[in-house]
Design a protein around this ligand. Structure first.
Ligand SMILES: Cc1ncc(COP(=O)(O)O)c(C=O)c1O
Length: 429
């Protein structure tokens, strides 16, 4: 029987002193059924995590993407500890910085030079500043999520606090729609077209090449935001997978198996602007612990069969979800999408139930069956067929309960805790 007493106590304390009691929106307690889910982690081992109450879960969140190998990986620990015994951030550079920069230039298709920062948003922001300086233009066209900085979040629904003047300089374009992109490139003098190269089920044939040609035709630089796709879908990211090389790319998340490091990579003449007045500089950009972790992580990702393994397990899970949607005839409330390594379920409302009611039933059942996941799962090297089977069995139970809720048009007697209540939600009628 699961108990979440200690998580609840800590949550109560933290809510007094830290908004949302989490430093990342999507890790907040509000993304789970309140009162019947864990909030605080004690430790991890491979693809398993243990919460502060001693409950054990198969972790399909992978810290929202960074865990590509698994928790407590001996060779990464060893590399980190070796460096901890020397220094973390120093007064001079670590030689690991040279090694890691050379490694990225070897494995990332667009990388002739790289610059290290900390979060994914730092890397995308550096790319946009470099593109604006290079082209002498201000406008940005984007597709996807690119972090918390004004230039990108200002163009999203969550733009509170971003000046109107800044908001006007970024517009969204529609993924897999070259006509939309070209219309916007014609209307504005654009510095950069930035997009997540692989969204949902991936690009249509020729889309990314088309984006590159259009961007260049209208004098803009092409930036791939590989913060999710980098190191997760292929060693060289979406660029390698799809065979299209952008002018710059931003990496983060999966690069160091959970250690904080990100990078902007790209053509030499663009990156070299940093030597001539383009400001990209952070105190912790050269932190050597994360660099040690990144080098040790990449050594594992480079091993033959790494991406084949993740693709196999991911395909098993994705196909399993699709079959279960059919089994329960739930095609109007549930759908599956994504690439094998990063896929999952989407929810729609039905009758008097909204999409979050349906998602709450799903979330409750997955947690109850020892699976920590939102809707989209991430995989790492230590997930095997055994965990994939457990995931599919839990999904089966969750969908059975969703079927029951949809047929009764009620959550009564089904939902035991509070509803999932994301900080940012779709419109609920
Ligand atoms: C595609 C993409 N780009 C950028 C970011 C921002 O990364 P960070 O939260 O590390 O700043 C994210 C974070 O989720 C992301 O998914």
């Amino acid at each position: 029987m699961q108990s979440f007493t200690k998580s609840q106590e800590l949550l109560k304390r933290e809510l007094q002193v830290s908004p949302l009691a989490a430093q990342t929106f999507s890790k907040s307690y509000r993304y789970f059924c309140q009162g019947i889910a864990p909030s605080y982690m004690d430790h991890g081992e491979g693809c398993y995590i243990y919460d502060v109450d001693g409950n054990k879960f198969i972790d399909y969140m992978c810290a929202l993407g960074p865990i590509t190998v698994g928790y407590n990986e001996p060779s990464i620990n060893e590399a980190v500890i070796k460096q901890v015994n020397k220094f973390a951030s120093g007064s001079l550079q670590s030689e690991l910085e040279v090694e890691l920069a050379e490694k990225l230039c070897q494995i990332v298709p667009c990388a002739e030079m790289v610059r290290f920062v900390k979060n994914g948003g730092d890397a995308t922001t550096a790319a946009i500043r470099l593109a604006r300086a290079y082209t002498g233009r201000d406008m940005v066209l984007m597709s996807g999520y690119h972090g918390m900085h004004d230039w990108s979040i200002g163009a999203s629904e969550n733009h509170k606090g971003v000046p109107e003047a800044v908001r006007k300089l970024t517009m969204n374009f529609t993924y897999n729609d070259l006509n939309d992109l070209e219309d916007k490139l014609k209307q504005h003098e654009v510095a950069a077209v930035i997009l997540e190269p692989i969204q949902s089920n991936g690009p249509q044939e020729g889309f990314l090449q088309g984006v590159k040609e259009l961007a260049h035709k209208y004098g803009a630089l092409l930036v791939f935001d590989e913060v999710v796709s980098g190191f997760r879908y292929a060693l060289g990211g979406g660029s390698e997978l799809c065979g299209v090389v952008p002018d710059m790319a931003a990496f983060g998340k999966g690069m160091a198996n959970g250690y904080p490091i990100s990078a902007v990579a790209g053509r030499k003449e663009i990156l070299q602007q940093i030597e001539h007045g383009v400001f990209v500089s952070t105190t912790f950009g050269g932190d050597s612990i994360s660099m040690a972790a990144a080098l040790a992580t990449i050594k594992i990702l480079e091993q033959p069969g790494f991406y084949e393994h993740i693709t196999k397990i991911g395909t098993m899970q994705r196909d399993g979800i699709a079959e279960l949607i059919k089994k329960y005839d739930l095609g109007d409330v549930l759908s599956v999408s994504g690439m094998p390594a990063h896929a999952g379920v989407s929810f729609e409302g039905h009758g008097s139930l909204n999409y979050l009611d349906i998602q709450s039933v799903y979330s409750q059942t997955m947690i109850e069956n020892g699976i920590l996941v939102f809707a989209i799962y991430n995989l790492n090297k230590s997930h095997t067929e055994k965990e994939a089977k457990a995931y599919i069995e839990a999904t089966d139970k969750a969908f059975a309960l969703i079927k029951e809720a949809v047929e009764k048009d009620s959550l009564e007697g089904i939902l035991r805790g509070g509803r999932v209540d994301p900080v940012f939600k779709r419109n609920i009628k």
